[in-house]
Design a protein around this ligand. Structure first.
Ligand code: ATP
Ligand code: MG
Length: 547
């Protein structure tokens, strides 16, 4: 498995050559989602690539909804996609663009092709068309309607558009070559009759263009220079060029025409990215919805505490290549850690609380200790954390009979309570750990250095603590390639969410926005449900392989 792929720059090389040769004067890319699902991590690669190239070359990137398939498309997806692209930090200018805005022009182009003898109305049934298409080893057979005259074709096509026929009675096909070794060139369908309501054009149309017909021409209409798509469209490229060139020959388009370039799609270990499977996870209730923090969607990522910067680091790190690749999920997690380590404010949180009582600390007394918000970033300031006689500490920080090398609390041992005092443990009674403290040992005081201790544990004052639920999220799938050996649902990790009752420091009661924090010694966490819940974004280190 390819962990860190070569940062091949083959797309930039093509662009450089094109600009050098004067083929294009600027760079105009596009991100063309179909509004039939929410954005997932795979889309992030495409978004960062398209918008990133536009930025690097001082060009532009359009956001174009490829809304040619009315049955599965919805306005809600359009909104969610726009939201996601913005959240990632990209700007597509004034206008949202839609392939459906070009339906009228596409019809005009289609009539042009019919008139020039490049397209015909086929009245075979869908099954006949399929049967006559041939296979990889057998050529296709011409439709009996292939020789229909231009006038008839034009009239029929107009009647198709004018709602004179039922679904499936006719299609418009390009007249290319039924014997082509490339099946995509065996008279591909350009229009089908579909009496379906479209989320933008309503019931205005009863014919809809196919992806192949609409996509390249939408690119050309917008003046896209480099049209980047995933590898499975490589065999469609001759068709992309054929359509664009034929339409340009008729004078509808001015060169230079758009150029299609394919790259390998993102595959991630432990993750499924197929829309069909993601929909299944949601519909069958295996997760709590599209924005479940375990989902590889942008909506889920936001609730998980992933950051746009982390995703952009990730896109840069994995690069783009032409060869199929599977990226290790830890690379994505490392990118999130890298950014969060830099920006996340530190807080103390006890995820598995046990009481610690300091027997010689006065009852009712309360102090505030100063705690830096980031060890390497004084500019992020300090906060005052309340300290008192009863604290919450982690259960695992106490042991009656410590194993070798355990430096935390056990009878007779001394540790520092992070940023506070040094305490000496006296043992555990009735489920409560007891200790005494050295009043002159407070961090930052002159006496502090006198105490040499190996353990340094975090704590939260019990009286001041904020009780929250913390979801410890882990990978949704327990194997690197879900579905490889059996139904992908059988590969779901049953421990992908563990919920604990935690005690966190009071400053986490008021959190301004959805901001990811580092809980010291635990990892990164983000508030949810107005701070009543925290979601674990990622652990401090990659613990999965060691678990
Ligand atoms: P569908 O199966 O519905 O066609 P899709 O994954 O192609 O799904 P689109 O909404 O058409 O979804 O994708 C928008 C853009 O995102 C396309 O340019 C597509 O190539 C790109 N894209 C989708 N999935 C990935 C992926 N895993 N890696 C990189 N790019 C992707
Ligand atoms: Mg697609």
């Amino acid at each position: 498995m390819d962990r860190v792929p070569s940062s091949s720059n083959f797309i930039r090389q093509i662009i450089d050559a094109d600009l050098g040769a004067g083929t294009y004067k600027t760079v105009l890319t596009r991100f063309p989602p179909e509004p039939n699902g929410h954005l997932h991590f795979g889309h992030v690669k495409s978004i960062c690539l398209n918008f990133g190239l536009a930025q690097q070359y001082g060009g532009r990137c359009n956001l174009r909804f490829d809304d040619t398939n009315p049955e599965k498309e919805e306005q809600a997806y359009v909104d969610s996609i726009k939201d996601g692209v913005k959240w990632l930090g990209f700007d597509w200018g004034e206008n949202d663009l839609y392939a459906s805005d070009y339906f009228e022009r596409l019809c005009e182009f289609a009539e042009g092709l019919i008139t020039a003898g490049h397209a015909y109305v086929d009245s075979q049934s869908a099954e006949e068309i399929r049967a006559n298409r041939g296979t990889l080893t057998e050529p296709g057979r011409d439709s009996p309607w292939r020789k229909r005259g231009v006038e008839d074709n034009l009239e029929l096509f107009r009647d198709m558009r004018a709602d004179k026929f039922k679904d499936g009675t006719h299609v418009l096909r390009a007249k290319i070559d039924m014997r082509s070794p490339n099946i995509n060139l065996r008279d591909p369908v350009m229009y089908r009759i579909r009496h379906a309501h479209h989320h933008r054009t309503g019931d205005r149309w009863c014919i809809y263009p196919t992806y192949d017909w609409a996509h390249g021409l939408s690119d050309c209409i917008e003046g896209i220079t480099h049209s980047l798509c995933t590898l499975e469209f490589e065999d469609h490229r001759p068709l992309y060029d054929w359509f664009n060139q034929r339409v340009a020959e008729l004078g509808f388009l001015q060169p230079p025409l758009s150029k299609q370039i394919e790259f390998a799609r993102l595959n991630l270990t432990y993750v499924v990215l197929s829309k069909r499977r993601l929909i299944q996870l949601v519909d069958e209730g295996h997760v709590d919805g599209w924005d479940d923090p375990r989902m590889p969607t942008l909506a889920g990522a936001r609730r998980r505490g992933y950051t746009p910067e982390g995703f952009r680091i990730f896109a840069e790190r994995i690069g783009v290549a032409k060869a199929h690749q599977v990226i290790d999920f830890t690379i994505l997690e490392d990118c999130m850690r890298e950014h969060l380590n830099d920006v996340a404010a530190r807080r103390m949180a006890v995820l598995d609380p046990v009481k610690l009582v300091i027997d010689n600390y006065p009852e009712g007394k309360e102090e505030h200790v100063e705690v830096p918000n980031h060890p390497q970033k004084p500019l992020l300031g300090k906060r005052a954390v309340p300290f008192s006689r009863e604290l919450w500490i982690e259960r695992e920080d106490y042991q009656d009979k410590p194993p070798k090398g355990f430096f935390r609390l056990f009878p007779g041992n001394e540790v520092r309570l992070r940023f506070g005092y040094v305490v000496k443990c006296t043992g555990m009674k009735d489920g409560v750990v007891h200790c005494t403290y050295h009043p002159d040992s407070r961090s930052g005081s002159s006496g502090a250095d006198k105490y040499k201790v190996k353990g340094n544990i975090h704590w939260v004052s019990a009286r001041h603590a904020h009780a929250v639920k913390v979801h410890l999220y882990d990978r949704l799938f327990k194997v690197p390639e879900p579905g490889k050996d059996r139904d992908f649902l059988d590969d779901i990790n049953p421990d992908s969410r563990k919920t604990v009752d935690a005690q966190v420091e009071p400053s986490l009661r008021e959190h301004a926005s959805r901001q990811t924090y580092q809980f010291e010694r635990h990892g990164y966490f983000v508030p949810d449900y107005e701070g009543r819940t925290f979601n674990r974004t990622v652990t401090l280190r990659d613990s999965w392989t060691k678990a």
